[in-house]
Design a binder for this molecule. Structure first.
Ligand code: NAD
Length: 424
């Protein structure tokens, strides 16, 4: 065992440089318990199935969906995520990221799980996953695309996404993570090239490559479901401009278009389906990278804390996802429940709570009255709630964890534990 005592995190603004191994393990175990409570009995339609989840390794949507599916009755989860091991350089220790310790906890709970630490965008990773499926005689029932990345390399080209608006520049009031004060945020418009780069990173190209690889290699079971995750958010002008009508939204619209064409092909070839999942805004590593999203989510948390509406964290959404896909239909004549949850564009809506009118009116009141500088008590409360959720993504501030105690920061996580390393 390699142990050390790590009482406080090293951080640079929103970059938490050290994860807490024990905190991550305890949090993962609590999530597993929560999902177990949500599914006291397996869902008949989920039993024995296998999911491939791309982007499964952080405390975000991928791992939450993995836990929910497993507790709902899935036989096996195969995950892919970008995680690097702990390292020793000279006398210094570079801790592994939180995803390493979360993955360790998941493999402890689910020994049949397989995880690839690799670049999901690379042919090498995709080929290896497909080869292993072939060698093991496994087929996939559900592909979840939950990758969130700042850049993508493919065929010797590298693209970088731009978190910018389209058209005129935008000035809004954001919330500073460190000071907890309101600050002015200026968003530049993306150039056509930046919009295209963003589409190449976060659009549907890679989703299509993975789906086609499963089909061509005959690794898809009949009825394969393909579910990429997306966000649209409320019809509230500044937020729309930042996300759905911005460069990132352009990429997400490309996901929609790709998914529609995959759906037609899957239906015809194997009776399968593809549908985008519109998930709600939650605190994850990916959402905080988006300008002013911290302010929006902090306000959302504050509003719910004040007694208005509901906030679904990633695990609650994961449980809802499993129920939508594999739960019992209210009216069996109408088919699987998710089919009744599609919007006019054929997208599965899991963002109902976020979009409740009363909740949105309260968030807007906070947003519209914000001025640069110190914040109101309600916004301060939202900031505190956000900060706690955010620290937990790295295993910090988890109730019941003794942060003075020694913790194993380099647990074995290799072939024996079902983890394949492709990044070394
Ligand atoms: N966070 C939100 O508020 C929100 C809301 C709706 C939809 N979504 C969508 O959900 C999806 C997942 O986002 P999240 O918020 O859970 O983010 P996250 O940062 O927690 O998870 C991203 C995952 O992608 C993996 N990843 C990144 N680059 C990779 C690479 N090159 N190769 C392999 N894996 C890689 C990471 O290891 C991680 O497992 C995204 O598509 C995002 O747009 C997020």
């Amino acid at each position: 065992m390699s142990v050390l005592s790590l009482a406080t995190p090293r951080a640079r603004g929103l970059m938490i440089l050290t994860a807490h191994p024990e905190g991550c393990r305890v949090l993962a175990e609590r999530q597993i318990e929560r999902a177990r409570d949500a599914f006291p009995e397996p869902l008949a339609a989920a039993e024995g199935k296998t999911a491939l989840i791309l982007g499964s390794t952080t405390f975000g949507y991928g791992s939450s969906i993995a836990i929910a599916l497993k507790e709902a009755g899935f036989a096996k989860i195969i995950g892919v995520g970008y995680e690097t091991p702990p390292a020793f350089r000279d006398e210094k220790i570079a801790m592994a990221p939180a995803g390493w310790y979360l993955t360790e906890a998941l493999h402890q709970a689910y020994p049949e799980q397989r995880t690839y630490f690799g670049d999901a965008f690379s042919d090498e990773t995709r080929d290896r996953v497909i080869d292993d499926l072939q060698a093991a005689g496994e087929r996939i029932d559900l592909l979840v695309y939950s990758v969130a990345a700042p850049r993508r390399s493919h065929l010797e080209e590298t693209w970088t996404s731009a978190l910018k608006v389209v058209g005129d520049p935008l000035d809004v009031i954001g919330l500073d993570f460190k000071s907890g004060e309101h600050t002015e945020v200026h968003l530049d418009p993306a150039s056509d090239l930046e919009i295209e780069h963003t589409r190449r990173v976060m659009g549907g190209d890679d989703l299509a490559l993975w789906t086609n690889a499963l089909l061509y290699a005959d690794r898809a079971n009949p009825g394969l479901k393909v579910a990429p995750l997306s966000y649209i958010g409320p019809d509230f002008e500044p937020l729309r401009r930042i996300y759905w009508d911005g460069a990132l939204g352009g990429a997400k619209k490309h996901i929609d278009a790709t998914t529609r064409s995959l759906n037609a092909r899957l239906e015809k070839r194997i009776g399968g389906s593809a549908f985008t999942c519109m998930n709600p805004a939650v605190v994850t590593g990916a959402s905080v990278a988006i300008p002013a999203m911290l302010k929006y989510i902090a306000d959302y948390l504050a509003v719910v804390d004040s007694g208005i509406g509901d906030y679904d964290d990633p695990l609650a959404v994961g449980i809802g996802f499993a129920n939508a896909l594999y739960g019992e239909a209210k009216d069996p004549g109408q088919g699987e429940p998710w089919r009744q949850m599609l919007d006019d564009e054929g997208r599965l809506r899991l963002d109902g709570h976020e979009l409740v009118a009363e909740t949105q009116v309260a968030i807007r009141d906070l947003w519209n009255s914000a001025k640069s500088g110190p914040v109101t008590a309600l916004t301060a409360r939202g900031h505190e709630l956000f900060r706690t959720e955010f620290m937990r993504l790295y295993g910090w501030e988890v109730p019941g964890v003794d942060y003075e105690a020694e913790t194993d920061f380099a647990p074995p996580l290799g072939d024996k534990q079902g983890v394949v390393h492709l990044l070394e």
